[in-house]
Design a protein around this ligand. Structure first.
Ligand code: NAD
Length: 389
């Protein structure tokens, strides 16, 4: 099949296997170019390992620390008629690269929220490693089925309290327009916290601890975002922000739980980037187009892999105390929130329009990132070639 991108409502419906392999190869090459991280973990579990920050975490652990990895993700495999998801091809490509480097790499495809997956992972850890030193929690999902009651919860991206109108962009057409989001109901807030808050992370860590598969001094890290004031209504003060507050609170309690093995739970606040999840949040694509331009001009732009390499090498495994903010969070969004970066974006935001976004923002970089994360837009790939999905 010849595979071309099929995009609807800012969601790419398909993926290219060779392009996904090129995406993974580029991240692996970056880590190799930066060299080994001394004191890094050797046995790592990544929950949400197939795309975005989780994939970069797995690649950094493997190629930066020589770690064996177990990855958990929920992806659709390819078939005769339909391509698989990008995460499915990324995982195949990662495993091939890791194995050729002599590293253990096993992946489990299925629902991380279920009890069955937790049991399966415990069994796999016992078989492969005995115990793990690092657990990365990088899930992003719109739905979660409660493993005890079977009830399905759906997360929404809405402001809380009152509705909100913001500038936004259709990244594919470049049209800048106002969009309005209604305020979430109490029920929607509760659902979003249930899906994207810290409950499942807590369940994972307690399962691993009680099964005895956390090594002495084991570390766990989950990812969060704060975001600029101009997106506060939709992000930090919105439904997703409530879920992130819950996740951050859980980190403090989890550190208590992990005292039994001298372990520690961290939340790392990461930079805004184009991933499957962030592309559908109102205002985010416009913010990203401006952010990319400003950060590139100041020579501080990073993608997922640069962020995670810095998280491992300069925060988690730098040796000594892990630097955190006054709420105990690791900050690798520090360059995004440099005052000169944010003041420039605040100046550009009110001016941004369909006519000038191509020059004051980097919409091309946004589009390239969006396409490449589905395996499209790589010069090295022949997109006219017939490939087996
Ligand atoms: P992503 O969509 O690229 O990756 C999500 C991962 O979760 C995938 O591996 C997917 O397979 C997996 N997943 C989803 N549902 C699952 C399920 N039920 N069972 C097993 N696996 C499942 O997301 P991302 O943007 O990398 O986000 C990861 C984390 O980083 C999130 O907590 C997000 O809030 C946070 N974060 C993202 C950004 C950003 O700009 N994208 C910034 C800061 C923090």
């Amino acid at each position: 099949m010849v595979i071309k991108p099929m995009i609807r409502n800012n969601i790419c419906m398909n993926a290219h296997p060779d392009g996904c392999a090129a995406y993974v190869a580029r991240e692996v090459a970056y880590v190799r170019s930066r060299g080994k991280i001394s004191n890094g973990p050797k046995r790592v579990l990544v929950i949400g390992s197939s795309t975005g920050y989780g994939l970069s975490s797995r690649i950094t652990a493997a190629f930066g620390c020589d770690a064996g990895t177990i990855g958990v993700a929920f992806e659709r495999e390819g078939s005769e008629k339909r391509t698989g998801t990008a995460g499915y091809y990324n995982t195949l490509a990662f495993e091939a690269e890791a194995k050729s480097a002599g590293l253990v790499a096993e992946s489990i495809n299925g629902d991380a929220f279920s009890h069955a997956m937790k049991e399966e992972v415990v069994g796999r850890i016992k078989k492969l490693f005995g115990q793990v030193d690092l657990v990365v929690y990088s899930l992003a999902s719109a739905v979660r089925t409660d493993p005890d009651t079977g009830e399905m919860y759906r997360s929404v991206l809405k402001p809380t309290g009152k509705g909100y109108t913001t500038k936004s962009i259709d990244p594919m057409t470049g049209e800048v327009k106002e969009v309005t989001a209604e305020a979430a109901s109490e029920e929607e807030i509760r659902h979003t916290v249930k899906v994207m808050g810290g409950e499942d992370w807590d369940l994972w860590m307690k399962s691993l601890l009680s099964a005895g598969v956390l090594a002495q001094g084991a570390v766990t890290v989950a990812y969060s975002y704060i975001g600029p004031d101009l997106m506060a209504s939709i992000y930090r003060a919105g439904t997703i922000g409530k879920a992130k507050e819950d996740l951050e609170e859980k980190a403090i309690r989890l550190t208590d739980t992990l005292k039994a093995v001298g372990g520690k739970a961290y939340v790392s606040v990461n930079k805004a980037l184009v991933t499957r999840s962030s592309a559908v949040i109102p205002a985010v694509p416009l913010y990203l187009a401006l952010l990319f331009k400003v950060m590139k001009e100041k020579n501080v732009h990073e993608d997922c892999i640069q962020q995670i390499y810095r998280l491992f090498s300069e925060r988690l495994y730098a040796g000594g105390q892990v630097p955190v903010d006054d709420k105990g969070r690791i900050r690798i969004d520090d360059w995004e929130f440099r005052s000169d970066v944010q003041s420039e974006i605040s100046r550009l935001w009110p001016e941004a329009s369909t006519g000038n976004i191509g020059s004051i923002g980097d919409l091309e970089k946004y589009r390239t990132d969006f396409l490449q994360m589905h395996g499209f837009g790589f010069d090295s790939v022949d997109y006219e070639k017939d490939v087996q999905p």
